[in-house]
Ligand binder design. Sequence first.
Ligand code: NDP
Length: 258
Amino acid sequence: MIEAAFAHHGLPWRYVNMEVSPKELGDAVRGARAMGFRGFNCSLPHKVSVISHLDGLGESAAVMGAVNCVVRRDGKLIGENTDGKGFLRSLAELIDPRGKSVVLFGAGGAARAIAVELGLAGTRRITIVNRSATRARELVAVLRDKLQVEAEFVQWPGDYTVPADTAIVINGTSIGLYAPKARLPLDAASLQPHMVVADVVFSPVRTAFLQEAAARGCRTLDGLGMLVNQGVIGVQYWTGIDPDVTVMRRALESALGV
Ligand code: NDP
């Protein structure tokens, strides 16, 4: 998808996948610096440990303490997090989260990135529903203390009932990934047509959760939108151009075979 954008916009650039072991991460970043890379993405397990090799952090990456995109600015390597930004850009097609109430299932990396960006965008209340407590409580503390969001943790109580005043419901867990029939434990009857329902899972694109929400009249957002838009933002950071989203989504769909 990134190289499709480069080709479409006539940029003679490359985006190359490289596997880096944790013990060689420092050497890899020094290599990228020495070779004049405009930047790079980094994935698990490097999203936190890469920070000690960088010169600074963007706002949301500093709040969440995780980096998935590095950008060279004025000769310095700056860590950004484009996962949550990609989600918000995709969400903006349907709703402005400012002042709204959100239910977010999950407290892992994806949920954390989304919650922090929602907080920075002025979301009023975020309820984190998660199976285990530790990461969820940490995330609630970040939202309350650093972003002044009304945040609470609900330990997943079997089938969760979404409060009627919720505007946005998000699956930020891996439930449904490569599992078209996997069910998110919630009372589906509590999903109402005024709610926007989103899923971070991108394979399958139409998860069981999104199908259920659409059947109840909700507007839905699939995980491909987040994935494409984090790529769009990366290309913007590195090249300064606004890439064609449709070209990138098509390339991604073709790569994923969907
Ligand atoms: P993590 O491993 O960091 O977090 C996983 C989350 O899912 C945790 O909250 C975990 O709960 C929860 N979970 C997993 N299985 C269950 C279950 N059976 N029941 C209840 N809760 C469960 O993963 P990530 O946050 O990195 O990724 C989550 C998903 O987001 C993946 O499917 C990934 O592919 C997708 N993703 C999509 C992106 C996109 O651009 N669309 C970008 C990044 C990720 P607990 O804390 O209790 O373990």
